[in-house]
Design a protein around this ligand. Structure first.
Ligand SMILES: Cc1cc2nc3c(=O)[nH]c(=O)nc-3n(C[C@H](O)[C@H](O)[C@H](O)COP(=O)(O)O)c2cc1C
Length: 280
């Protein structure tokens, strides 16, 4: 049992947002109750169709994605997906975003009322009031979103998910801590791009996308280490974890919980293998 921001997780391993949908497909491979928790695909107030294809591209030891937060909307999640997830003995971490602090607060209110175990606030999305710059690259905007969510979250712990696409990640972490965050998760994907040599065009229709997978592990470890030195909040570490050794490195960097993302696309059982091996 691991206590993380007041929530008792049966083990340290969670599935990372956007890499496991709402758990249905993964549940065909193993019992989700074996996991410490599951982070949902990023939810928004209204349903989103996401970006045009192609939305993924392979990279050496990783991948690029520009899914564009495709999701059925928070209300459909609560109605159609949450009851399914509640059928398992695992913590439900609802990942979500908004286009303004008010919209973040609206989604958080609905999720908190629905009784999810934890909120994961994805601040890597564009702030419409700041010309589309992500909330997470600006300490003031990150703090504003954290405060807005915290005000409506009630007893549900608020974990803010940090982007590595900044000069000083510790400064953003400190701003979120001061604004009342209960925990931090990191890292989200690194902004990248590739070209298709046949067409001479970018490989992703969205031109740029987020880099994830084993290639980003050293960046993720560095970020978790820097943030662990700067704040007292508990951290959920992710970015390139692909086996028990990389999981152990993430714990050494200062993470209490772990989240496994891209590695599942190569080995769908990787998360429960890590659960078993961390124990032994
Ligand atoms: C296809 C895909 C979709 C993702 N969607 C989300 C999302 O909706 N919200 C979010 O906060 N992070 C999202 N992420 C980021 C992951 O949760 C994670 O932070 C990142 O991929 C680094 O971990 P990894 O290297 O283990 O994949 C997504 C990642 C991938 C690969």
């Amino acid at each position: 049992m691991v206590n993380f921001a007041g929530v008792n997780f049966k083990n340290r391993v969670t599935l990372a947002s956007g890499t496991c949908g709402f758990g249905r497909e993964v549940s065909e491979y193993y019992d989700l109750s074996l996991l410490g928790g599951i982070c949902t695909k990023g939810l928004t107030l209204r349903p989103r169709l996401g970006n045009a294809p192609p939305r993924t591209a392979e990279t050496p030891f990783g991948m690029l994605n520009s899914v564009g937060l495709q999701n059925p909307g928070v209300e459909a999640f609560i109605r159609d997906e949450l009851p399914f997830l509640r059928g398992f003995d695992t913590k439900i971490i609802a990942n979500f975003s908004g286009e303004s602090p008010e919209e973040f607060a609206r989604v958080a209110t609905l999720l908190a009322e629905a009784g999810v175990d934890m909120l994961e606030v994805n601040i890597s999305c564009p702030n419409l009031h700041a010309g589309g710059l992500a909330f997470g690259v600006d300490a003031t905007a990150a703090a504003e979103v954290t405060r807005a969510v915290k005000e409506v979250a009630g007893t549900v712990p608020v974990m803010v998910k940090l982007t590595p696409n900044v000069t000083d990640i510790a400064a953003i972490a400190i701003a979120c801590e001061k604004a009342g965050a209960d925990a931090l998760s990191l890292i989200n994907t690194l902004l990248g791009m590739r070209f298709d040599l046949k067409s001479g065009k970018p490989a992703l229709a969205n031109i740029t996308g987020g880099l994830s997978g084993p290639a980003i592990l050293p960046v993720a470890l560095r970020c978790v280490w820097q943030v662990a030195q700067a704040v007292k909040l508990p951290l959920m570490g992710m970015g390139g974890i692909s086996d028990v050794d990389t999981a152990r490195e993430m714990l050494l960097a200062g993470a209490t919980l772990l989240s496994i993302g891209t590695a599942q696309f190569k080995n769908p059982l990787v998360a429960i293998e890590i659960v078993r091996q961390l124990d032994s």
